[in-house]
Design a protein around this ligand. Structure first.
Ligand code: BTN
Length: 247
């Protein structure tokens, strides 16, 4: 992974650049990185703040063989890779909030957006977008984000070498992806659960399945979050948002 890199100075969103490359036949592992994004995108149509030179804004092309309904597993795998890499190269211990936000002391340092293009129920390719606030200072965040976002530098106290962090993420991705292809989702799920700040917590679930509260108990075999609702029912949550409940 990351052997073929397209490095951009400024772009709207690396997701679109990677998609174009994938359509043109770029191999699995091709990476698009930009110093700045003018239209960085997050989940659920949100904007993603991607200022110049301070973060890692990149998209990785994957060509998995798994069926389409399992792409969530790749989202979780990517979260594990990034969380481990931030620990290794910056010495900062982060936690994953389901499905894929990486938090430090409850504040977001990284977001992951995995988009797949399918045909006849099969994945043609996936683009794994990774956005990490690496060296931002508090004043680099717009005011409305300051209570909910932080950076690796603010967390660890040191400026972080972005190139080294990208390399570490690619190594971790490669190791996990190989493990996933050989042994399936189970070892990835255990790794995710160990790094997750979600399992065992009281959560409020907001999803297509409605809005309810309960306790997160772990992942099921597809990568859905299992929540024991207050009514005592085990509910698999496949998509949506969770909030930590402080009752
Ligand atoms: C989220 O937190 O909702 C996901 C954020 C994903 C951001 C990354 S930055 C690189 C890639 N390009 C984008 O426009 N988005 C992803």
């Amino acid at each position: 992974f990351g052997k073929q890199i397209k490095l951009l100075d400024r772009t709207v969103s690396t997701q679109e650049d990677a998609r174009e490359l994938a359509e043109a036949g770029a191999p699995e592992g091709t990476l698009v990185i930009s110093e700045e994004q003018t239209g960085g995108r997050g989940r659920m149509g949100r904007k993603f703040h991607s200022p110049r030179g301070k973060g890692i804004w990149m998209s990785l092309i994957l060509r998995p063989k798994q069926p389409l309904h399992l792409t969530q597993q790749l989202t979780l795998l990517t979260g594990v890779a990034v969380c481990r890499a931030i620990g290794k190269s910056a010495g900062v211990q982060t936690q994953i909030k389901w499905p894929n936000d990486i938090l430090y002391e409850g504040k977001k340092v990284c977001g992951i957006l995995l988009e797949s293009t399918a045909e006849d129920g099969r994945i043609r390719y996936c683009v794994a977008g990774i956005g990490i606030s690496v060296n931002l200072k508090e004043t680099d965040f717009p005011e409305e984000l300051r209570s909910v976002a932080t950076s690796v530098r603010m967390a660890g106290g040191n400026v972080v070498n972005r190139t080294e962090l990208i390399q570490t993420i690619m190594q971790e991705m490669e190791v996990l992806y190989e493990l996933y292809n050989e042994q399936g989702f189970e070892p990835i799920a255990s790794a995710w659960e160990a790094l997750s700040g979600t399992v065992g917590r009281e959560v409020r679930v907001q999803s297509g399945q409605g809005d309810f509260t309960g306790t997160a108990t772990g992942l099921n075999k597809d990568g859905a979050l299992m929540v024991r609702s207050d009514a005592g029912e085990m509910v698999p949550v496949y998509s949506g948002e969770i909030l930590f409940n402080t009752r």
